[in-house]
Write a protein that binds this ligand. Structure first.
Ligand code: NAP
Length: 680
């Protein structure tokens, strides 16, 4: 059998393994099938290539362009999905396992591509939070901004998700404008290599933006600077070793760690065997035990059930486990493939021996189980194994030893506080799931256990219909956890992007703040043009472009008419005496929505033109009441422009409504969609 050479991609060149390479085993046969690693690779050249070529190229394009780049990569990977599935069978995983890894990874790219265009500006500076008013009259303001770190994202991944593990880190880093060096786990590096090749072959990636180290990392970490980020996924032991590097501490290099985790699932005290939630929990446990043969960082390791339900849960789990067929990953009858290697199998056997001292094995015999289409002695096969611990308070290992395979321990709890205490004994976990119908139980668990978990997944019979499952980290939501789980955070939508950017507090006058953020702030210069801004196409409108309207007197007749027309006859608009008893009003007042309507009537340009639609209104505040006889006028300013496609873009307008004394009575941001002058 020929041996696969897993190459590295270094400064624009594919480098094959050399004599220093490590062997990679086929976990189904136990034979060596590939090799990876080359100790002549100069990682300083890779870092320099990324910093001098990749970083400037990515940072020269806007968040929206980077998002489009992610989408192109996702499409290319999607088109080559079958190739990725095929090579992934070599890891011992089944087709449904590949879907978690490959489809999950591609889906993550698509979500970041979409979020990048919807939630980030078409710019390279991200405004973090609103303006801070630092002086009385608004001449001195504050704004937090985020800009790309100038270095490299070194992304070290675990063996179990060779595609998703790379893409969930790469997507936010690229969106942030950082070049990436991927270092996959050697055991499954050939899958990552193919995914990298597919992405590079699109030709869309700027030189230096993506490089790959297959095999050992060498002394890369000692060459990093404060502008670089290490994003690590793997075991707590490796994380501790890497984090201990004095260089990392000295340079204050960001280190994001996603480690192992003793995740729990809890059957709520309100649930019995007759509830759907009961069978949903048992199905979820089986899915988590068997997907990727339990080699998932989020897999359920501890099953917490009320004392009186222990026997029923064990019996339900065992009857489902009997149907799990272990075997060759390509056999369609196989429900669970092999572990990634015989080394991993030995680690699982060792771990179960430790757990076995505190808990009784009630399902799965490592020395006697059936395997279809493969030799259980040569391959890295193990059966799903369920343990029962009757002394979870005094036990240690079941709460701290992660057996990275199809192994979980069931234990009883007395009451909810006890369940919370046991869940927290994991010392910080990625996720806990709770099967309950009770919102009180849910809230108590959040209060008691939220601080120990990166994610809490509540399941009842209604949400179960559409829910994504205990073990699926979603690109929209945080992934990571405190303590034992590494203390890191990844994903979480745009939060994930910010881990690759530097937040800087900017203090200065309105013009400076407007120019830095490409977003007009009140007090900054206004421009006026001869033409009404509603007549100007998206591409011509300028930030700060303003019109100021004539004034209009609000009469008692207007208030009456608006009240009866809309049905809003709230007493403050209709009854003078009642209004005077209200601490906010001097007398009968105009409706806030009447003011908004009059404001639109004052600033709108009625004819067909570039403004296509009014799509919303943000941050509306009514700051002073308007009474009959008051005069209002409006200032309308182009605040921010965000292209949505080649035909139109969103314009955010700042609107201030003032009275005859120039006091602000209402302030808001109006959103419109405006067309481009020509379809580009
Ligand atoms: P691992 O042995 O800790 O390895 C993780 C990565 O670190 C691999 O790329 C590995 O490369 C590299 N590495 C190991 N020693 C290194 C060193 N001294 N210097 C630089 N790099 C080094 O973990 P694994 O066995 O691949 O993955 C299983 C573990 O990952 C489990 O504990 C699981 O819970 C955890 N995990 C966590 C998450 C999460 O999101 N929290 C996700 C998946 C997995 P080589 O392979 O070349 O040694």
């Amino acid at each position: 059998m020929s041996i696969l050479d897993v190459k590295s991609y270094v400064a624009g060149q594919w480098i094959p393994p050399n004599s220093s390479a490590r062997d990679i085993e086929n976990p189904v046969t136990g034979q060596v099938m590939a090799q990876a690693g080359n100790d002549t690779i100069k990682t300083e050249d890779m870092l320099s290539y990324a910093r001098t070529k990749g970083a400037p190229a990515l940072q020269a394009i806007s968040f929206h362009d980077r998002a489009r780049l992610l989408k192109s990569l996702a499409i290319a990977l999607n088109n080559c999905k079958e190739d990725l599935y095929n090579i992934s069978f070599l890891t011992g995983a089944t087709l449904s396992d590949h879907r978690y890894d490959i489809d999950g990874g591609i889906g993550t790219l698509f979500v970041f591509a979409s979020k990048g265009r919807r939630e980030l500006p078409n710019d390279v500076v991200y405004l973090d939070g609103p303006i801070e008013h630092l002086s009385k009259t608004g001449k001195f303001l504050g704004q937090h901004v985020c800009t790309s770190l100038q270095g490299v994202a070194l992304q070290i991944n675990a063996f179990n998700f060779p595609v998703w593990g790379m893409l969930e880190k790469l997507a936010p880093a690229f969106l942030a404008g950082m070049p990436v060096i991927v270092k996959p786990a050697t055991a499954t590096s050939y899958v990552t290599e193919l995914a990298v090749k597919i992405m590079l072959e699109t030709g869309f990636l700027p030189d230096g933006s993506l490089q790959l180290i297959s095999g050992g990392l060498g002394d890369t970490i000692s060459q990093l600077t404060c502008q670089d980020v290490v994003s690590f996924t793997g075991s707590a032991d490796t994380a501790s070793e890497l984090k201990a590097s004095p260089h990392l501490h000295y340079e204050s290099i960001r280190f994001i760690a996603e480690q192992d985790s003793l995740n729990a699932t809890i059957l709520g005290p309100d649930i019995t065997a007759n509830h759907n939630e009961f069978s949903n929990l048992t199905s979820e446990v089986i899915r988590e035990l068997t997907t990727k043969a339990g080699q998932k960082c989020t897999a359920i390791r501890r099953i917490l059930v009320p004392d009186e339900q222990v026997d029923e849960v064990i019996s339900a789990l065992c009857s489902k486990l009997k149907n799990i067929i272990v075997g060759h990953p390509k056999n369609k009858s196989t429900r669970m493939g092999s572990l990634v290697s015989n080394v991993q199998k030995q680690a699982v056997i060792k771990g179960t021996k430790v757990i076995g001292k505190e808990a009784e094995c009630i399902f799965g015999d490592i020395d006697a189980f059936d395997v279809i289409d493969a030799d259980s002695k040569l391959g890295a096969f193990v059966p799903p194994m369920l343990y029962y611990c009757d002394c979870p308070d005094t036990a240690e290992a079941i709460h701290v030893i992660e057996v990275f395979g199809p192994v979980a321990t069931i234990m009883g709890y007395r009451d909810l506080d006890h369940a919370i205490d046991l869940a927290n004994r994991g010392g910080g976990s990625l996720v806990a799931s709770i099967f309950t119908r009770s919102s009180d139980v849910a809230r108590q668990i959040v209060l008691g256990s939220g601080a120990y978990h990166g994610r809490l997944y509540f399941s009842d019979y209604r949400s179960a219909e559409e829910a994504t499952g205990h073990g699926s980290p979603l690109p929209h939501m945080l992934h990571g956890g405190p303590g034992r789980a590494g203390g890191g955070e990844e994903l979480g939508g745009i939060r994930g992007v910010m881990r690759y950017m530097q937040r800087t507090a900017i203090q200065g006058g309105p013009d400076v703040i407007s120019a830095i953020g490409n977003k007009w702030v009140p007090g900054a210069a206004e421009n006026t043009y001869n033409e009404h801004p509603f007549k100007r196409y998206f591409d011509f409108l300028k930030i700060g472009e303003t019109i100021r309207t004539q004034s209009r007197t609000v009469t008692i007749k207007d208030i009456e008419k608006f009240a009866h027309f809309t049905g809003d006859t709230f007493y403050a608009h209709m009854d003078d005496e009642a209004a005077r008893r209200n601490p906010f009003f001097p007398c009968r007042v105009a409706h806030g929505y009447l003011l908004l309507s009059f404001a639109a009537g004052l600033f709108v340009e009625p004819n067909e033109g570039p403004v296509l639609a009014n799509t919303g209104l943000d941050h509306l505040r009514f700051t002073q009441p308007i009474v009959a006889g008051d005069q209002i006028k409006v200032r309308l300013t182009v605040m921010q422009k965000t292209p949505r496609n080649t035909e139109y873009g969103e314009v955010r307008w700042h609107v201030t409504v003032t009275n005859q004394k120039n006091e602000t009575v209402a302030e808001y941001e109006l959103l419109t969609m405006n067309s481009f002058s020509s379809k580009s």
